[in-house]
Design a protein. Structure first.
Length: 71
């Protein structure tokens, strides 16, 4: 029974950590301009999009690093 509880706890914590990391990366990419998308100029919007893509790459790299760290 203890193993099932531990497994469920790990699954929930993993989801919470993923949401936190994603929210943090998104927040940093938004802080670059500090504006809402409606208030941005086309150049700022493009820059925010590039920052978002870099955030996605960073998340993928973190996943790959965690996978490599298991071995």
């Amino acid at each position: 029974m203890n193993q099932i509880i531990n497994m469920a706890t790990r699954m929930i914590m993993r989801q919470l950590m993923r949401r936190g990391v994603n929210a943090g990366i998104n927040q940093v990419s938004r802080m670059a301009s500090g504006k809402r998308p409606e208030d941005m100029t086309p150049e700022e919007r493009q820059q925010a999009q590039v920052a978002n893509q870099q955030g996605k790459r960073a998340r993928k790299a973190m996943r790959a690093g965690r996978r490599a760290g298991k071995f």
